[in-house]
Write a protein that binds this ligand. Structure first.
Ligand code: DX5
Ligand code: ZN
Length: 219
C-alpha cells in the first residue's frame, strides 16, 4: 500500500518543514487538497502556495482539486509543479478536455468521485487516466469518519480496469486509519490518503509504517 499524507492536517505556518518531515517519514506521495469555497464549503490554498513549497522534496505532488472549474487552472497547477492532478467528475469543466489539458502538460491525470456519485461515472474515461480517487468522506474537511460502503465502488472500478487499463491506480481519501486501511487494502486500493492519522500522530514515520503493516495483513 502506498501512503499519501494530506497536508490539510499539517501546520500551515511550517508547510515546507512539514513536507520535509513527511519525506523523513517515508511518504510515497504528498497529497495537496485545493478547495475554492464554492465546490466545497472550505478554502485552503492554491497554486502559488504549492509552487512555494515544491522545492522542499522530490516526492511526487498529488494535487486534489476540489474546485468548480478545474480546466481554467491547469496551467497554474502545472507550473506550480504538480505531478498528478485529480479533479472531480462533478465539477463544471468538460471532463475530456480537462484530462487532455493535464496530460498535454506531461502531468498524470486522475478523476475523483464524491460519495453520492456512482462508479460508472468514470467508466468512459478509464483508458485515459492514471488514477481514480474514490472519496470515502464528503470532501471539504479532514478528520471525518471513513465510509466503508464506498469500497464497493473500488471493487467495481477495479473489475472494469482489468480489461480497459490494468495499470490504473485506485486511491481513497478520508477517514483512513489503522482501523480502516485493512478494508481498503482488501478491496484493492493502491494508495491511501491520510491526514489526521499521519500528521496528528506522535511519530509520523511510525504512523506510516503502522498503516502499511495494517494494510499488508489484509492483502
Ligand atoms: C477531504 C480531503 C482529504 C482529507 C483527509 O476533503 O480531500 O484529503 O484531508 O483527511 P483525514 O485523513 O483526516 O480524513
Ligand atoms: Zn484529498
Amino acid at each position: 500500500m502506498l501512503i499519501a499524507p494530506s497536508l490539510l492536517s499539517c501546520d500551515f505556518s511550517q508547510m515546507g518543514q512539514e513536507i520535509k518531515r513527511m519525506e523523513e517519514a517515508k511518504a510515497d506521495f504528498i497529497h495537496l487538497d485545493v478547495m475554492d469555497g464554492h465546490f466545497v464549503p472550505n478554502i485552503t490554498f492554491g497554486a502559488p502556495v504549492i509552487k512555494a513549497v515544491r522545492s522542499y522534496t522530490k516526492i511526487p505532488f498529488d494535487v486534489h482539486l476540489m474546485i468548480s472549474e478545474p480546466l481554467k487552472y491547469i496551467d497554474d497547477f502545472a507550473s506550480a509543479g504538480a505531478d498528478i492532478i485529480t479533479f472531480h467528475v462533478e465539477s463544471d469543466s468538460d471532463i475530456k478536455q480537462t484530462i487532455n489539458k493535464i496530460k498535454s502538460k506531461g502531468i498524470k491525470a486522475g478523476l475523483v468521485i464524491k460519495p453520492n456519485t456512482p462508479a460508472s461515472s468514470v467508466f468512459p474515461y478509464l483508458k485515459d487516466l492514471y488514477m481514480v480517487l474514490v472519496m470515502t468522506v464528503e470532501p471539504g474537511f479532514g478528520g471525518q469518519s471513513f465510509m466503508a460502503d464506498m469500497l464497493s465502488k473500488v471493487i467495481e472500478i477495479k473489475a472494469k480496469t482489468k480489461t480497459e487499463n490494468p495499470a490504473l491506480l485506485i486511491e481513497v481519501d478520508g477517514g483512513i486509519s489503522e482501523d480502516t486501511i485493512g478494508q481498503a487494502a482488501k478491496a484493492g486500493v493502491d494508495i491511501c490518503v491520510a491526514g489526521t492519522a499521519v500528521f496528528k500522530a506522535q511519530n509520523s514515520k511510525k504512523a506510516i509504517e503502522n498503516l502499511k503493516a495494517a494494510a499488508d495483513l489484509e492483502i
